[in-house]
Structures are given as structure tokens and as C-alpha cells.
Design a protein around this ligand. Structure first.
Ligand code: THU
Length: 142
């Protein structure tokens, strides 16, 4: 199977991506909520970038695991994300802010694996999570 086909590549690696999100969850800094989250993104450079939530005593400065993983990917030179896995103890779903950031760098058909720490997961597309999301296409031409 060709690894240049992102859909095939992603399907092949759903379990691996989920496992990396679960591993990243263990590095979460969550003294305030006690709710660790891990994320892993497969980027168009073929690499997997992980993230965890990092909280702050100034609560709004907290950053979600998904956005840590995505910003790591983009800051390392990736341009697009092909798939994302997020892991929590109870299969919590990505927040609205993270869905919007996924839309910036992903595609509507991008798979999102919403996992539990026991390894089970459900699969959604980004479009299912963020229908009719705002994007650059909605901005007036410069
Ligand atoms: N959190 C994430 O990391 N990702 C989400 O998509 C939802 C929420 C984090 C933020 C905060 O540290 C904790 O979960 C509780 O909201």
C-alpha cells in the first residue's frame, strides 16, 4: 500500500496515532482541572507531532493538547495536517477552538480519532465536527 495516499496512510496508522496521543496525555500539566488530554497529528511532512494540555494559574492562558500538537507541526515546517487523534480518560470531544484551528490546517475530510485511554476510539471527519466552519475562503479578497 502506498504511503503517498494520505487516506490509506491514515487508516493504516489510526491505532499508532491514538497510541501516541495516549502517551502524550501522560505529560499533561493539569494542576487546576486534573483532566489530562493528549493529542497526536500526522502532518504532510510524514511526521507525527504530539501535544498535551498545558494549564496556567491564569486560567485562560491554558492551551489545549490539540493546539499544542498542531502548532508544533506548523512551527517545525509542516504546512497541512492529515489526521489528528485526541485522547482522554472518557473520550472527550475536541473543543470548538481546536476544531477551528484544525480547519485552518486540515481538510473537511480529515479524520479525527477521539480516543479513550483504554485505546478504544471513535472516528469522525473534521466536517462532522465543524460543519460550515469559517475559513479563509469567507474573507473578502485583498
Ligand atoms: N482541553 C484540551 O486539551 N482539549 C480540548 O479539546 C478540550 C479541553 C483541556 C483544557 C483544560 O486543560 C482541560 O482540558 C479542561 O478543560
Amino acid at each position: 500500500m502506498s504511503t503517498t495516499n494520505s487516506q490509506e496512510y491514515t487508516q493504516l496508522n489510526a491505532e499508532q496515532l491514538t497510541a501516541q496521543a495516549i502517551a502524550a496525555l501522560k505529560r499533561a500539566y493539569v494542576p487546576y482541572s486534573g483532566y489530562p488530554v493528549g493529542a497526536a497529528v500526522l502532518a504532510d511532512d510524514g511526521r507525527v507531532y504530539t501535544g498535551c494540555n498545558v494549564e496556567n494559574a491564569v486560567y485562560p492562558l491554558t492551551i489545549c493538547a490539540e493546539r499544542v500538537a498542531i502548532t508544533k507541526a506548523i512551527s517545525e515546517g509542516a504546512q497541512h495536517i492529515l489526521a489528528l487523534a485526541v485522547a482522554t480518560v472518557n473520550g472527550g470531544t475536541p473543543c470548538g477552538a481546536c476544531r477551528q484551528v484544525m480547519q485552518e490546517f486540515g481538510t473537511p475530510a480529515m479524520p479525527v480519532f477521539i480516543a479513550r485511554t483504554d485505546g478504544s476510539y471513535r472516528q469522525r471527519t473534521l466536517e462532522e465536527l465543524l460543519p460550515e466552519g469559517f475559513s479563509a475562503a469567507d474573507l473578502p479578497e485583498k
